[in-house]
Write a protein that binds this ligand. Structure first.
Ligand code: GLY
Length: 398
């Protein structure tokens, strides 16, 4: 008995070391993590009560949310209402629906404006899309149909893509499309299938095809921005905006590509998009540091390992890979992607990445815009949104 006891004491550190590097042997305590998010949400609600603003970020040195006014100029205003809807989906408490309704309705002035840029999808689909999915409220459906038509006014048939940033035509010397724009195609697909204009389906699919053709390098890595000639639509070049360099692998950009092509495959059932989702995913996974699942903000940043991480990229990717694993026609790949997503969620749910008592956000360590030196190593609303979405997906897929 004594000998066995001694042996286990001797082996314990070995097991601890190897197990801590092998997340595949751990299971995600998804209900515990969802409860944690619910608790953080109620801390935030207390903090922002009566302010009619949305939480955006918390710098590393601070403990309270930096709030943003509700304006079309902030691409992140829809994430907080979206988080509240996911929370309601999980708790099914009427009071959680009430508060989600309150923050969603604050966005209503934005629903009557013309298209500022492609972010309309982030702003109105993460909020109203989830609101309609969970309530079936007709008012929300009309708002989304209207927003989809508005977004489609930015489509340039010559280029075959949406103009992501009208304000930057002069800066880039032409029609510009950013990889983030892939996410906002979802609202167009949704509208085309829920009583809106049928041609929105073709607009979204054309955008996805052209982006697949020009926006990526041979290895499946994407540029942040693709520039096309405004008049004849030919592709001019790919550049960066938020990455380290024009041809480096900006982590969140690649995460948007993974999420975007997974969603486009779900909507079209066209296998070209599934194969492409695999290609962009396999590159991302192959570039992760060994046994680590949260990337540095750019896979090619020059000072790795002394570079900030981007938890938001991990959260977006985890959520996408959970869906991709469900859609896969290849069982081996399905298992690989599910495991990768689980590893990402385990790491994000660790003490290294959760804010816990220190702040009311869910997560720490995201990087918003490194070249601008803004929102570097912060808590940020969209990391929280996609983390929560991934947890809900993980639970629903069990
Ligand atoms: N859509 C802007 C970003 O990913 O930072």
């Amino acid at each position: 008995m004594k000998a066995i006891h001694l042996l286990s004491i001797l082996l314990l550190p070995v097991c601890f070391l190897s197990c801590s590097h092998r997340n595949e042997q751990q299971t995600l305590a998804v209900n515990k993590e969802l409860d944690y998010c619910n608790n953080q949400i109620h801390r935030t609600l207390k903090e922002i009560e009566g302010k009619k603003m949305m939480p955006r970020n918390i710098s590393d040195s601070l403990t309270h949310w930096n709030l943003i006014p509700i304006t079309i100029d902030d691409w992140t205003v829809g994430f907080w209402p979206g988080i509240l809807w996911y929370n309601y989906e999980n708790t099914q408490n009427a009071s959680d629906a009430e508060v989600a309704t309150y923050y969603t309705d604050l966005l209503e002035p934005l629903t009557k404006l013309s298209a500022n840029d492609h972010d309309l999808g982030f702003q109105l689909f993460c909020s109203y899309g989830n609101a309609y999915r969970l309530t079936g409220n007709e008012k929300y459906r009309q708002i989304i149909l209207n927003a989809a038509d508005t977004l489609a006014t930015l489509f340039n048939p010559k280029a075959g893509t949406i103009l992501s940033w009208p304000r930057n035509i002069n800066l880039y010397g032409g029609h510009n499309t950013i990889i983030d724009n892939m996410i906002n195609l979802e609202m167009l697909y949704w509208a085309s299938k829920n009583g809106g204009n049928k041609n929105l389906y073709d607009v979204a699919t054309k955008h996805a095809e052209i982006t697949m053709k020009y926006h990526f390098r041979e290895d499946g890595g994407c540029y942040h921005v693709a520039i096309y000639d405004t008049l004849d639509g030919h592709f001019i070049k790919g550049v960066t905006h938020q990455g380290y360099g024009d041809s480096t692998l900006w982590a969140r950009g690649q995460a948007w590509a993974i999420y975007g092509y997974t969603m486009v495959y779900r909507e079209t059932q066209d296998k070209r998009f599934l194969r492409f989702a695999e290609k962009v995913t396999d590159l991302y996974l192959s570039r992760l540091p060994e046994n680590e699942f949260v990337p540095y903000w750019d896979f090619d940043a020059p000072n790795i390992p002394n570079e900030p991480r981007d938890a938001s990229a991990a959260a977006v990717t985890a959520s996408a890979l959970l869906e991709l694993s469900q859609l896969e026609d290849n069982r081996e790949k399905a298992g690989e992607y599910k495991q990768a997503a689980t590893n990402m969620l385990l790491e994000l749910s660790s003490g290294k990445y959760q804010s816990r008592e220190s702040k009311p956000s869910f997560l720490l360590h995201s990087t918003g815009h490194w070249p601008n030196k803004s929102e570097v190593d912060v808590s940020i609303n969209y990391a929280d949104y996609y983390y929560f979405e991934a947890l809900v997906r993980y639970k629903n897929y069990q």
